[in-house]
Design a protein around this ligand. Structure first.
Ligand code: FAD
Ligand code: DLZ
Ligand code: SF4
Length: 527
């Protein structure tokens, strides 16, 4: 990036004299050249604004690697626009400056340059959309739909209308048909089956070895950002050590290629596996790039599909991967925009427990929790099963207030944005929406963690025990959860067997299990 200040670089002569047509705002998660706000952008008449501001960097305790990723990717994206000939008013983070919010910046810019209008693509969050509603700009504001998703919000709502239950699987099948992804010419799914989930549950025992994560050496722009974040965000969660995220589209495409060649072939087999030694296994680590706009979901799905057709990856891997993006990612976004803002307030189990401090410190004896939280602290990443079945499962079983656990997930991951984090946490993990997102809670005892990982071998708790002094906390907490929510779940056909198993247990054993769980809950900070 030339010069110390990114403000107003590269001014095309034709523009300087006259009033700009559009003043285009690009947000930190809108770093796509195909963005609707840029569709008709013309360097000779339009001008672009990007801004690093305290309001966005501080609405939650963002992991410091996430702030660094966004700021550096924003600066690089601004440079590519400058290289195209655009005038970009880029506001670097300045805690002592006059502008702390996007609204402040846009009001000032609009007053100074007096464009015909301000143009932007709709933001990804309810919070920011509501703030934008309050901006009092001196010129009209045109908000365009975000068409970087595979399905529009209207498409989801057309599908959802009139259905008693919304299930990802059926929306996913519709999108498979519409896009043709992994479809035969006769309209049947490739492989004769829509879903290969049953083939995605192998435990990983070290073979094949897990590849090292894709890493990009920080360039001078990123180094500058890392220094800034270290200085300005000392209290934020997470380490900046070993920052290696891609911050340009070129490098994000290289990260995609790394995934396709080194991870995708085994993604399916080990999708649900967890390891004490390896943080990422065969996951793609692409969510941060998809969510900030450096990659688009369709190009990623097509690239994976091509690997299947070229014989580079098996169907259970490619279908499993495409299902996450075409299925889950699109589905949760539809739910978010259909049910907000009330959705964020849901708490159907009436949970009122505070989030234990060890979620922030990692200081717990439970090996699975410690490893997941420490990896989160180091990498701003944990894979889906760690999020769902370790930290998520514990919060569900312990009855943590949804608001607090949601805020934790929003803060600690580089890919975290409200539209995707909230339905996953409040719905999938906490079941606080009463089953909109999933038909039953993903509650599990230590047995599940033991089956899918090697954490228990390193843990001072014994996964085989439920009531003893050394018993794995997940075991008694699981039954406590089942027991205390009988009214809500006993009639659920997918949970009847669990209640029958619980009721069949000896009365003394059940009492001992409940007593052990209550003792753990009373001393939760010491686990
Ligand atoms: P992979 O396992 O390689 O999956 C490929 C891609 O599929 C991901 O990059 C992602 O874009 C998409 N995907 C996978 N699962 C989901 C899902 N459940 N919902 C939406 N997209 C999915 N994902 C986010 O992108 N942002 C979040 O803030 C976020 N918060 C989560 C919170 C909780 C409690 C849980 C259980 C899941 C959350 N997820 C979130 C979903 C998922 O865990 C992450 O997308 C995934 O771990 C990112 O790592 P990856 O890129 O290696 O994914
Ligand atoms: C995540 C993030 C951060 C940390 N900082 C900024 C910023 O300074 N400026 C900006 O435009 N966007 C940032 N973002 C991304 C926004 O928070 C994101 O656009 C909204 O959450 C809407 O999804
Ligand atoms: Fe986690 Fe329990 Fe296994 Fe320890 S014994 S690692 S707490 S599941």
């Amino acid at each position: 990036m030339p010069g110390n200040h990114l403000h107003c670089v590269s001014v095309p002569t034709a523009m300087t004299a006259k009033r700009p047509r559009n003043l285009i705002l690009i947000l930190g998660d809108q770093l796509s050249r195909s963005l609707s706000a840029l569709a008709d952008a013309d360097p000779s008449v339009d001008r672009i604004v990007m801004a690093e501001v305290a309001e966005e960097a501080g609405y939650t305790n963002h992991h410091r690697k996430k702030i660094a990723l966004i700021f550096s990717a924003m600066r690089h994206f601004a440079q590519t626009l400058i290289d195209e000939g655009f005038q970009v008013d880029y506001h670097r983070f300045d805690p002592h400056g006059a502008h702390h919010s996007l609204g402040d910046v846009m009001r000032e810019r609009a007053e100074q340059v007096s464009p015909e209008r301000v143009v932007m693509t709709r933001s990804g969050e309810w919070r920011l959309e509501s703030l934008i509603d309050e901006w009092q700009l001196p010129v009209p504001l045109e908000r365009r739909d975000d068409d970087r998703f595979i399905a529009s919000i209207e498409r989801f709502q057309r599908w959802a209308a009139g259905k008693k239950q919304w299930r990802m699987e059926f929306f996913y099948r519709e999108l498979r048909r519409e896009t043709g992804l992994l479809m035969n010419a006769d309209g049947t799914p490739v492989g004769g089956q829509w879903n290969f989930d049953a083939d995605n549950r192998r435990k990983w025992k070290g073979d094949p070895p897990a590849p090292a994560p894709f890493f990009v050496e920080p360039d001078p722009t990123t180094q500058g950002v890392l220094t800034l974040v270290a200085e300005q965000f000392p209290e934020h969660f997470g380490s900046l050590e070993g920052f290696g995220y891609a911050v340009t589209r070129r490098h994000a495409l290289a990260a995609l290629e790394h995934f396709l060649t080194q991870r995708l072939p085994w993604f399916g087999d080990f999708q649900d596996a967890m390891s004490d030694q390896e943080d990422t296994l065969f996951h793609s680590l692409l969510a941060p790039y998809l969510n900030c706009g450096l990659l688009t979901p369709m190009e990623v799905c097509r690239a994976a599909e091509q690997c299947y057709h070229q014989g580079r990856a098996p169907l259970n891997a490619v279908e499993g991967f495409i299902r996450q993006i075409l299925g889950w990612r699109e589905f949760v976004r539809g739910i978010y925009w259909t049910l907000m803002p009330d959705y964020a307030q849901e708490n159907r189990q009436g949970n009122d427990r505070a989030l234990p401090w060890f979620y922030w410190s990692g200081e717990t004896k439970m090996r699975c929790m410690q490893q997941t939280i420490n990896a989160t602290q180091r990498n701003a990443y944990a894979h889906h099963i760690q999020r769902l079945m370790v930290t998520g499962n514990f919060a569900l079983l312990a009855g943590v207030r949804p608001e607090e656990i949601c805020d934790w997930y929003l803060a600690v991951y580089a890919d975290a944005y409200d539209w995707v984090e909230l339905p996953n946490t409040l719905g999938m993990v906490m079941h606080a929406d009463g089953g909109v997102l999933g038909s039953k809670p993903y509650a599990a005892s230590g047995k599940y963690i033991h089956r899918m990982s090697d954490y228990c071998r390193q843990c001072p708790y014994n996964v085989q025990h439920t009531t003893d002094e050394d018993a794995c906390p997940f075991n008694s907490l699981y039954w406590h959860f089942i027991d205390r929510h009988r009214d809500q779940f006993a009639a659920n056909p997918r949970m009847g067997m669990i209640y029958r198993n619980w009721d069949r247990q000896d009365r003394n054993r059940r009492s001992a299990t409940i007593a052990r769980a209550e003792q753990l809950l009373a001393n939760i900070e010491t686990l």
